[in-house]
Ligand binder design. Sequence first.
Ligand code: BMA
Length: 326
Amino acid sequence: MSTEKPYNLPSENREETLLRRYEKNPILRPEDWPYEVNSTFNPGACIFQDKVLLLVRVEDRRGFSHLTVATSDNGRDNWVIEKEPCLFPEDYAHEEQWGIEDPRIVFLEEEKRYAVTYVSFSKGGPVVSLALTDDFKHFEKKGGLLPPEDKDASLFPRKFKVGSSSPRYALIHRPIIRGEAHIWLSFSPDLQHWGDHQILIPTRGGLWDQHRVGLGAQPIETPEGWLIFYHGVRATASGNLYRAGAALLDLEDPTRVLYRTSEWLLSPKEPFEWLGDVPGVVFPSGAILNEEKNEILLYYGAADKCVGLAIGDYQEIMENLKANPV
Ligand code: BMA
């Protein structure tokens, strides 16, 4: 039997070209910390007072996590790490008793405040919680948003008027339902009551993101749509393998996925991505777009131990994405 079409092999090694690892990786390690910790990983990222601010997940030696600020002028090196955590489990909050994890940060344009979504852990399971802040020192905790089991969440910086609705906030999150782990989108008029829940980015059978997907970095606004980096998990004989890909959502209607990479853009390769508490993990959680420099800084947790930085050419990433319509 002859086949008419040649097998569609990927044309180039995009993993190496689209996101390049920073030469001084890892940028933040537990041994850099001003106090005793087990691991420092999965940071949220934003620009604050003209610096890159990372809100780093720090796991202590009981296995509980809290969040601590690290800042840098260029987002690459000379990180200044705060001496104390800024966001940590408090006794009154039943949902946080096993720690708080994996923050994502956006600046809410209307409120002129930063919104931090993070995972609160307790016996009840992981839930997505929200805290608002002006200065990354004082936080107004809003508590859990949706029922467990839920993780990997970020708000968008502004509201959307989708269909006939009045403007509403939108939340990307990753509930686990019937054992399935897809990326979902939900809407709210007030950040408290959520509805219109829908699957946004499902897992894909057979591919690198067949087992689980979850939001990586916070949604990044570009003229062509919301750029989303997400993690995809493949279940293998030696455990879960966490890689990263990207998608682009419609600017005015984020329920519409326009493009999604068929290949991963980042996959565990370096020793610090394999030697840690959970080997074989790259877990993007924050990104900074500098349109003038045509550059994307992508911050990721590596092996649940330290923080890596991958630097991408913004136009190249967009062109690659646009070759992958959904
Ligand atoms: C996910 C999250 C992340 C973690 C990853 C790999 O489920 O809990 O915090 O980095 O697993 O262990």
